[in-house]
Design a protein around this ligand. Structure first.
Ligand code: ZN
Length: 302
């Protein structure tokens, strides 16, 4: 029997991860025909969707969801239009959390949550669409499960493969290692953030929005964060919005997205949705915001 040291295997896998970034992603006319989620991944799409469904149920148990079918339907419609113009291969749901935070996040497998505070901050529909498109891009590129895979590879470099293997693909291994499930899936490294920015503006463009809405939204978030550190939720500030990221997005728009005569910047329907939310705030007493979500899964194996 030949023994391959675990550390060598991990090295080979790491090399495969690096080459996975070589795919052509610069051509928006190829959206849907390119495998942007390619890369070493211990999760099948089915497993990823099941995991996302479970985490989404946990979010809905803990968060105060917005009880307004008109706003929810609108957000879902804007989101689905972007999904149709994306590389994503899973069905999506978009849901609104009733809280003032300027935040949105996507769980593995297509479960996107946005806070009402984000809609209030985005004055125009293209700015709101920019955040949804960014989150859709994280899912399309399968950043959550690829990152979890990378973490597992890093860990098996130091322990015998025979012990590590049974835990692959399951959540039990992370819990055993004391890793928080939320941060595993909700914080991204700089490269993944840059890729989500890059793909996100392409999806906006393909859906007919002005991709410059992403730049103005990023500028708003950066200004708010500078004025009131921590205002832009912790999840966004893992890799904070800064001048470099904004400049890079602007350059990419100029480089790969040929300008069009007309774009959707905003709509009267979007203005109506924002008025609805702002009117709700005026009609009710101030209340504390939704506490930080703590997501955990019960012990579970495959
Ligand atoms: Zn992101």
């Amino acid at each position: 029997m030949r023994c391959i040291p675990a550390v060598v295997t991990a090295g080979l896998l790491a090399a495969a991860l690096l080459s996975a970034g070589d795919q052509k992603k610069d051509d928006p006319s190829q959206i849907g025909n390119r495998d942007v989620g390619k890369g070493v991944n211990f999760y099948s799409l089915e497993k990823e969707m099941a995991l996302g469904r479970q985490l989404a149920q946990e979010v809905k148990r803990q968060a105060k969801m917005l009880d307004d079918p008109i706003v929810n339907e609108f957000v879902n419609r804007v989101g689905q239009n972007l999904v149709r113009n994306s590389d994503a291969k899973v069905p999506f749901t978009f849901q609104v959390i009733d809280g003032p935070e300027v935040n949105a996040f996507a769980l593995p497998g297509g479960y996107v949550f946005v806070y009402a505070g984000l809609l209030k901050m985005a004055d125009e529909e293209d700015e709101f669409a920019a955040v949804l498109a960014h989150e859709i891009a994280h899912v399309a590129a399968r950043h959550m499960t690829r990152q979890a895979t990378r973490q597992q590879i890093a860990r098996i470099g130091s322990i015998p493969l025979g012990i590590a293997l049974p835990g692959w693909g399951g959540v039990a291994a992370w819990q055993g290692a004391g890793l928080g499930i939320p941060m595993t899936f909700l914080s991204f490294d700089r490269r993944d953030e840059a890729e989500a920015d890059y793909l996100g503006v392409q999806y906006m463009y393909a859906a007919g929005y002005d991709p410059n809405g992403a730049v103005s939204m990023f500028e708003k978030m950066e200004a708010l964060e500078r004025k009131d550190p921590g205002a832009v939720s912790r999840l966004f500030s893992t890799h904070p919005m800064d001048a470099e990221r904004i400049g890079k997005t602007q350059q990419e728009i100029n480089r790969i997205l040929p300008s069009r005569a007309e774009y959707v910047v905003t709509t009267s329907e979007y203005a109506g949705i924002r008025e609805r939310l702002l009117a709700r705030d005026n009609n009710r007493k101030p209340e504390t915001s939704t506490p930080h979500l703590k997501i955990s899964l019960g012990a579970k194996d495959e």
